[in-house]
Design a protein around this ligand. Structure first.
Ligand SMILES: Nc1ncnc2c1ncn2[C@@H]1O[C@H](COP(=O)(O)OP(=O)(O)OP(=O)(O)O)[C@@H](O)[C@H]1O
Length: 837
């Protein structure tokens, strides 16, 4: 293997490493005199030695964390009285892994890409003969007990029968087909295609073969094969039948012994080691750790060598010198804190379980765990750190399709975890592309995520960063309006990233200004449209089309939204391949809003709306101590007016709308995320995607632009399967809109009795607000309703209504319009419209 490809396997493609590879892949002949950054050979060498040390330290830390996780898992297993029988009908919740499942999981990982390295007998400074402790004494002990041997392949192949790992009727091929690393996909084993080993493991091997001998034969031959890359095809052919036989030796696994062994804290006496090959994942480390402990400690093994386990272990657990004694690690840790954490987790799980029993299908979580779905271990670690153990239903439904590389159009209710559902495949796409190792002069963008608002872009970026916590060298950047273009450019140059999350307008600015981003986008592997229906709406479609035109055709595209109207399905072809998957987790004819949101509607004259909002808020605050309310208004200026009014009424309010500077918007958005007992008055900039935790009430003042917008606004509450409340406040002439919502569970209530004293107070508060705000609100109001087809057609009625609104906000006469504006709006000669002279 050349030094360049060796480096590629071992390191992540930080730019300096890529340039390093580039330099060393030059033709031989003395090598370069200077290195990047003007370093001489020795400085360069020292720099890399330092980096290697840092990396080693990082890996040590990782190992330590993994070990701690395992200890936690065991404690959890002990604290939790019985392992989950997992009946199909009960609601999903996170149960601790039983030790048996744990070791099985590790054994599963043994079959992953790269795990072949674990079989290499030469991977250690000592030979097995020099290891009396493991192969000698231990085997003696095992022989004495005379129990049947453990067989990891039976563990692996017994996927469908978790409770009975020692089943005789194992079928490894079935299991392999269910994995992402399956032969079926054929992708993940590419590195070792020559050997045919992995493929053959998946096949049904002949029964009753002397596996141990075969394994040893195989290992010897494979070793030779590995050493001599130009091995003849004849030799390769010889390997195949041997490997085939390995597929079926899963007969005599004594599962109880293994769980006993784990329960008895065998880990305390275990030893760990670093894999010399840095490219091997922490998964591999896990596995090898577990394997060597099994080899050392399980009682009841007869002859490891004879029965194939020595092949699984190889002489692999030989690196005694490098291993960190686990009991030392144990001493270093104070587990009392962790036990407390686990206790909390268990009681939370019980809560989820109980609520699940009550609510049946209501939980957004599925039964599947992230560590079962073939995503990278570092991502799983980050997910665990973020508290994500089980997938949500939409994540379960989409992940495998997305990981296969198919285009997909996905519909799932609000607050059900769509963001992670597309971020995870996005990260996998980057990892896959990086590992394929193509170096390019300009660092390409591999994933582009488009979303409609700046706040949503920031939120997605934060989530992506959390998921990338343990992936060094993968960067994500946001491109949104409201920031200086030049700053964006500098950021892009100084901090190359592989993932960009952008709003269409700003991204297009970059593309049209030829900022260098266009070239970087030529390497794009995945395009994601979050809130896809909105991005394909008239407001955004042109920009999105222009952007898509600049992207390579050979890419994967994923479209996600809680609402996908028919026309959007049609135009989605602009982005998606014809043969894309359509995944609808809501289901045809099912209610599109979360079940636990109580929805109601009030109809009252427009002039009363602000006072009704005040009344509803007061009522809610007195009933819900930890209230958190979002009030949606039709336009930014009306939002501003209502905000000022409620502030004058001494309510704890904040505002977000497009007229506010970006810094202010971000600050308020962050504050609202973290707060309770706060009311956010906002325009539709907060309608989609924003994940404000624990919103208790959503009020929509006036008719939303369409049914979809109603659903998205409402979806700011009742997220993650929690309860919530939504109230829609309409004027009598807006009632027709209820026809669009007739399939939703909306209760209609009479308008509340309003207190005349409060009316007086509100009039007083309104009088204090600057006239310019009110004028702007009037113009915005007129513009908004004029744009709604059903109302905007009857211009005379529209102007009459606008003038009533004008009076209700304390303006003596309607503010005038520019002639040009009036003309554009079709209002020039309508009675009641005043034209500016
Ligand atoms: N697997 C998971 N386990 C636990 N919580 C999760 C999981 N996936 C997502 N969540 C949480 O669910 C909440 C909603 O997620 P997210 O914002 O992705 O929803 P969404 O479907 O995109 O909503 P919207 O349609 O409003 O955009 C977030 O708080 C997120 O942290």
């Amino acid at each position: 293997m050349s030094s360049a490809s060796l480096l590629l396997r071992r390191s992540k493609p930080a730019t300096n490493v890529i340039s390093f590879i580039r330099i060393f892949s030059r033709p031989m002949g003395g090598g370069p005199r200077t290195f990047p950054g003007g370093l001489n050979k020795w400085q360069w060498k020292r720099m890399h030695e330092k980096k290697a040390k840092e990396k080693e330290k990082r890996l040590l830390d990782q190992e330590k964390q993994l070990y701690e996780a395992r200890i936690r898992s065991q404690i959890r297993a002990k604290l939790y009285p019985k392992p989950d029988p997992a009946p199909v009908t009960t609601i999903s919740h996170h149960n601790p892994m039983s030790p048996q499942e744990h070791i099985k999981g590790l054994a599963d990982r043994f079959m992953k890409e790269g795990a072949e390295d674990l079989w290499n007998e030469d991977d250690g400074p000592l030979k097995s003969e020099q290891r009396p402790g493991s192969s000698g004494a231990t085997n003696e002990r095992m022989r004495a007990v005379g129990s049947p041997p453990i067989d990891l392949r039976s563990l692996i192949s017994d996927k469908g029968n978790r409770g009975n790992v020692s089943s005789d009727n194992v079928n490894s091929s079935n299991f392999m087909k269910t994995r992402n690393y399956s032969v079926h996909s054929g992708e993940k084993f590419r590195r070792n295609e020559n050997s045919g080993f992995s493929r053959n493991l998946a096949g049904k091997g002949a029964k009753n073969v002397n596996n141990s001998r075969n394994v040893n034969d195989y290992m010897n031959k494979k070793r030779n094969f590995n050493r001599n890359e130009s091995c003849s095809s004849e030799e390769a052919k010889n390997l195949r039948p041997i490997a085939q036989n390995l597929g079926n030796n899963g007969k005599n696994f004594n599962s109880r012994k293994v769980s006993d062994f784990i329960k008895n804290k065998v880990v305390g006496g275990g030893r760990r080691r670093f894999n010399r090959n840095e490219s091997s994942s922490s998964d591999d480390d896990d596995l090898e750790f577990e394997l060597e402990n099994v080899g050392d400690k399980v009682e009841g093994w007869t002859d490891v060598k004879k029965l194939g386990s020595s092949a699984s272990l190889g002489k692999y657990d030989m690196k005694t010198t490098k291993r960190v004694p686990l009991n030392r690690l144990e001493e270093e840790n104070d587990f009392s804190e962790q036990v407390e954490l686990i206790r909390k987790e268990i009681s939370r799980n019980k809560l989820v379980e109980n609520s699940g029993e009550k609510n049946g299908e209501d939980s957004i979580l599925s039964k599947k765990r992230f560590d079962e779905c073939g995503i990278s271990p570092s991502t799983i670690k980050a997910l665990t750190a973020a508290g994500y153990i089980q997938m949500t239903r939409v994540q379960e439904a989409t992940l495998s399709v997305c990981l296969e590389g198919k285009d997909a159009l996905v519909k799932a209710k609000t607050g059900t975890g769509k963001s992670a559902a597309f971020l995870l495949p996005a990260i996998e796409a980057v990892l896959k592309t990086i590992s394929s190792g193509t170096t390019q002069r300009v660092p390409p963008i591999f994933v582009l995520i488009l979303c409609p608002t700046r706040e949503l872009a920031s939120q997605l970026t934060a989530e992506a960063i959390a998921l990338l916590k343990y992936h060094d060298g993968i960067g994500v950047q946001t491109l949104v309006g409201g920031t200086r273009f030049k700053v964006d450019q500098k950021r892009l140059e100084s901090d190359p990233c592989q993932i960009i999350i952008a709003t269409p307008g700003r991204l297009l600015d970059h593309i049209e200004n030829k900022s260098g981003l266009t070239v970087r986008l030529m390497g794009l592997k995945m395009l994601i449209l979050d809130e896809a229906d909105h991005l394909l709406d008239l407001g955004f479609r042109k920009d999105v089309e222009k952007i898509v035109d600049c992207l390579p055709r050979q890419r994967q595209s994923l479209l996600f939204s809680a609402t996908i109207p028919k026309e959007v399905r049609r135009i989605s072809q602009l982005v998606l391949k014809r043969e894309h998957a359509y995944i609808d987790t809501v289901g045809m004819g099912c209610v599109e809003t979360p079940d636990k949101i109580k929805q109601s509607c009030l109809v009252a004259p427009h002039e009363q709306h602000f006072q009704i909002v005040h009344h509803l808020l007061q009522e809610h605050i007195s009933n819900v101590p930890d209230y958190k309310v979002v009030v949606f208004c039709s336009t930014g200026m009306v939002t501003s007016l209502l905000y000022l009014l409620l502030r004058e009424m001494n309510m704890n309010v904040r505002e977000i709308h497009s007229r506010k500077p970006q810094l202010y918007r971000t600050r308020v958005s962050d504050e609202f995320k973290e707060s309770k007992r706060l009311i956010l008055i906002t325009s539709d900039v907060s309608a989609r995607g924003m994940n404000y935790p624990d919103v208790t009430l959503v009020v929509q003042v006036g008719i939303p632009s369409d049914r979809e917008q109603y659903i998205h606004r409402l979806g700011r509450t009742g997220r993650e399967g929690k309860e919530g409340e939504g109230i829609l406040l309409l004027a009598p002439w807006e009632e027709y809109f209820l026809g669009d919502l007739k399939d939703l569970p909306l209760d209609r209530f009479p308008s509340p009795r309003l207190d005349p004293n409060i009316k007086l107070q509100m009039d007083g508060a309104m009088a204090k607000i600057d006239g310019s705000v009110k004028e702007a609100a009037y113009h915005a109001w007129l513009g908004y309703y004029n744009s709604i087809r059903e109302i905007g057609r009857d211009k005379t009625t529209l102007v009459e209504l606008a003038n009533k609104f004008c009076q209700s906000i304390g303006l003596q006469k309607p503010p005038s319009l520019f002639r040009k504006t009036a003309l554009k709006m079709g209002l020039k000669d309508i009675p009641g419209i005043r034209i500016r002279k």
